[in-house]
Design a protein around this ligand. Structure first.
Ligand code: PLP
Length: 337
């Protein structure tokens, strides 16, 4: 695995810290919980899409693109990070936002990530929930192509074999840190959505023979569908880096018991996790991904899924900008709707 062979721009703040969460671990009575701070990747308030975009944007520039098209939910963190780096690279950015929640809360629709998309100069347009977003992006590309633009389409979440390289690289980075610290990682846990993060991590960890199990906590799809999409992308990512066939279905595990009412719909566990991490560790999780991922981890800890002396690393994938799209979800006394 020699990732220097793949075109990449450098704008993420790397390596991100790997830190112990002593207060949280004590609060839950073990295991030893660690956090890998990919909320601190630097670009546009950070998050996991930045690592993927280092490879995707290099590819876009290699192909001579002048216009980036991507899509996500209204409060898409991927859209925000893509809008930001497009601006820096002097590229036009068009974002299609799918209304997956049906919320008409003005904070959800205009604050948080939507505010930043526009601050970074992206053109945003809404599409109804359930729209075929890939088709919508293609027809936009056709339209912009007709105006002489050279478009480059980034799939939702930046999840294709090029974007997933960012998380193959994160796996290598994490292993180097753990080796240096003498930390034996027993489990790696994170929120999984469009699958690129888990697919890249699994490919990197299996490809380096690390025997570290990865658990993705789903935020949208049911377990079988989520595992199939992660596995499919991991296979294609492994092929892309010359490791075809190394990832087996048993390497891909998702737990989708913490989705609640649906993608982007708050749950009690998410609210508890967001408050607990803020108040014990100063760490800001988000309502859609890392909050539900941590809610899953907390619940599994309470159910005895991990032994007390194990080291569990939670990959913090970012997203706290989304908190400003959900101000009334946290039952806070000072919030006047
Ligand atoms: C996109 C995102 C995820 C999920 O990553 P995927 O690669 O789409 O599975 C997790 N957390 C946050 C904050 C995200 O924005």
């Amino acid at each position: 695995m020699h990732l220097a062979r793949f075109p990449r721009l450098r704008f993420a703040h790397l390596p991100t810290p790997l830190e112990p969460l002593e207060n949280l671990s004590a609060h839950l009575g073990g295991p030893n919980i660690w956090v890998k701070r990919d909320d601190c990747t630097g670009l546009a308030m950070g998050g996991n899409k930045t690592r993927k975009l280092e490879f995707l944007m290099a590819d876009a520039l290699d192909q001579g693109a002048d216009t980036i098209i991507t899509q996500g939910a209204t409060q898409s963190n991927h859209a925000r990070q893509t809008a930001a780096i497009s601006a820096k690279l002097g590229l036009e950015c068009h974002v299609l936002l799918e209304d997956r929640t049906g919320s008409n809360d003005p904070s959800y629709n205009y604050n948080g990530n939507v505010l930043l998309d526009q601050l970074y100069g992206a053109t945003i347009a809404k599409r109804p929930g359930g729209a075929d977003m890939n088709l919508e992006m293609e027809s936009l590309a056709e339209q912009l192509g007709g105006q002489g633009k050279k478009t480059y389409i980034i799939p939702g979440g930046g999840s294709n074999p090029v974007g997933a390289l960012g998380y193959v690289n994160a796996a290598v980075e994490l292993l180097a840190q753990a080796n240096e610290m003498g930390l034996v990682i027993d489990h790696l846990v994170h929120a999984t959505g469009s699958a690129g993060t888990q697919a890249g991590l699994v490919t990197g960890l299996v490809g380096s023979n690390s025997s570290i199990p990865v658990l993705g906590i789903g935020v949208r799809a049911p377990k079988e569908k989520q595992e199939a999409s992660v596995f499919g992308l991991a296979e294609r990512t492994a092929d892309h880096i010359g490791l075809g066939g190394v990832v087996k279905p048993e390497h891909v595990v998702a737990n989708c018991d913490y989705v609640g009412g649906g993608y982007g719909v708050p749950t009690e566990g998410m609210v508890e996790a967001v408050k607990l991490l803020a108040r014990t560790e100063t760490i800001l999780l988000d309502p859609v991904y890392s909050g539900k991922g941590m809610a899953g981890l907390i619940d599994l800890i309470r159910k005895g899924h991990f032994s007390k002396d194990e080291n569990v690393v939670f990959l913090h994938t970012g997203g706290a900008v989304g908190l400003f799209g959900y101000p009334d979800s946290f039952d806070l006394p000072g919030y006047l709707a």
